[in-house]
Design a protein around this ligand. Structure first.
Ligand code: PMP
Length: 452
């Protein structure tokens, strides 16, 4: 009998089947609505990832508010997924909902700046640091544009990324290490370009592998998260970020820090909290309270280099920007999120709640003697069904236990707790209550009790 995370595969399969049946039986309206309406969509869902949750069919959301979602069948669920960080500050935070209502009658998209845009620029500098900003609509786009700029000013082709990373659907980052060599990831739909011409992979927490990748002199930028949050949760080893900064500078590569997830760390993100000094800073998802918005900023020296490049660039398309980006609704939401939602008080609440959750999960794991561990980055908590700490993407990939994780996720949802799909991530918003956190800990304990 195969063992997964300290459990027998057969036991996991039995548990999964029972939980999937219970989920389906409790959702006749959702099932009927999907049967009637899902045919209009490619893959039966409006965005294909929505098929990838572990449930037998997707949950149809009737309403989301604060840290709660209600489904079409009337189940009120504690939401710890929070749109996988898009709603990290809760669903429809009151200041954001007010700002949307106020802007609704004053124009939605104009291709022109406004006084509110200027105020957003001032607040971005105040919260994240004195950079020169651009507004995009998704963090994927922000990373793409940041990479273009890095390649433009360095005249080099490659991005250095870490094995197991995720930075959005940026083609160039979709590489991995195999036996020490950079190769394109399997599974990419319609990929026709040779990604190894534009990217090189290194191992997180391994400065020697970074130095080796930089030695060829063809790397425009290192693109990294401060913590690897997209393959389990891998914390940086002491000195790793200082070493990265130093290597980037010595080899003439820019350092792009992608804080799309680590914005959970505190006001200003991980970089501000931990004193990192990127050349380019990227964040998105919740930065405008859930209104599709991303921001990227460059330091003053990088801005000067870009100005010199731009002045000598031939006329023509830049390859950067999208029509609906930097629109008035984004700015209305950015301003109130930066000033009224991303407050030190809210982060303190989130931090305290996440610490309570991490402690509760750790205790539940110890109670059954599972060889698992828990990692927390500010408001972001993850349990990993393998011993820790993990050092890099290779270890994180080995630690992943998809069948077991899906079983736990399904079991938690049946007990009223939604956590992020694809990995075991839970977020604490300012709206999340201690009672919700304790219910999650109890449900997790109950699921583990049945599994072990
Ligand atoms: N960067 C990181 C670190 C991410 O985790 C993600 C998405 N999970 C992105 C960028 C892309 O964000 P989006 O899907 O909103 O473009």
């Amino acid at each position: 009998d195969e063992r997964i995370g300290g459990l027998s595969a057969a036991r996991i399969a039995d548990f999964s089947a029972a939980e999937a049946a219970a989920y389906a039986a409790a959702r006749p309206r959702s099932r009927a609505a999907l049967a009637a309406g899902s045919g209009a969509f490619l893959d039966g869902v409006p965005m294909h990832w929505m098929r990838d949750w572990p449930q037998p069919f997707p949950m149809l959301v009737a309403r989301a508010e604060g840290a709660v979602v209600e489904d079409l069948d009337g189940h009120v669920i504690d939401d710890f997924c929070l749109g996988d960080t898009g709603s990290m500050f809760g669903h429809s935070p009151a200041p954001v909902a007010r700002a949307i209502r106020a802007q609704a009658d004053r124009g939605l998209t104009t291709m022109l700046p406004s006084e509110t845009a200027l105020e957003a620029g001032r607040l971005l500098c105040e919260v994240f640091g004195p950079m020169r900003w651009q507004i995009a609509t998704t963090a994927t786009d922000a990373n793409r544009f940041a990479l273009r700029l890095a390649r433009a000013i360095t005249g080099r082709p490659k991005v250095l990324v870490f094995n197991g990373c995720y930075h959005g659907t940026v083609d160039d980052t979709m590489v991995r290490l195999e036996a020490g060599r950079t190769v394109a990831r399997p599974g990419l739909v319609g990929q026709v370009e040779d990604l190894t011409q534009v990217a090189v992979a290194a191992e997180f927490n391994d400065l020697a592998s970074v130095e080796a990748a930089l030695a060829a002199g063809d790397v425009a930028a290192i693109l990294t998260e401060p913590v690897m949050t997209n393959s389990c949760m891998v914390l940086p080893a002491p000195g790793f970020h200082a070493g990265l900064r130093d290597l980037a500078t010595r080899h003439g590569a820019l350092l792009i820090i992608d804080e799309t997830h680590t914005i959970s760390s505190g006001r200003g993100g991980y970089a501000r909290v931990h004193g990192l000094t990127p050349d380019i800073f990227v964040t998105g998802k919740c930065v405008a309270g859930g209104m599709p918005t991303a921001v990227w900023g460059v330091t003053e020296p990088v801005a000067r280099r870009f100005a010199a490049y731009d002045a000598s660039r031939p006329a023509g398309h830049s390859g950067m920007g999208t029509t609906l980006s930097a629109n008035p609704m984004q700015f209305a939401c950015l301003v109130v999120t930066l000033s009224e939602v991303m407050t030190a008080e809210n982060y303190a609440r989130m931090e305290a709640g996440a610490a309570r959750l991490a402690a509760g999960l750790t205790k539940a794991i110890a109670r059954v003697g599972a060889p698992w561990h828990v990692v927390r980055v500010g408001a972001r908590v993850e349990f990993i069904c393998a011993p820790g700490p993990l050092l890099n993407g290779t270890q994180a990939e080995a630690a992943h236990a998809p069948a077991l994780e899906a079983a736990i996720h399904q079991g938690l949802l049946n007990r009223g707790c939604l956590i992020a799909p694809f990995h075991n991530m839970m977020l604490i918003s300012p709206a999340t209550t201690e009672a919700q956190i304790d219910r999650l800990v109890d449900s997790f304990g109950a699921v583990l009790g049945l599994l072990f």
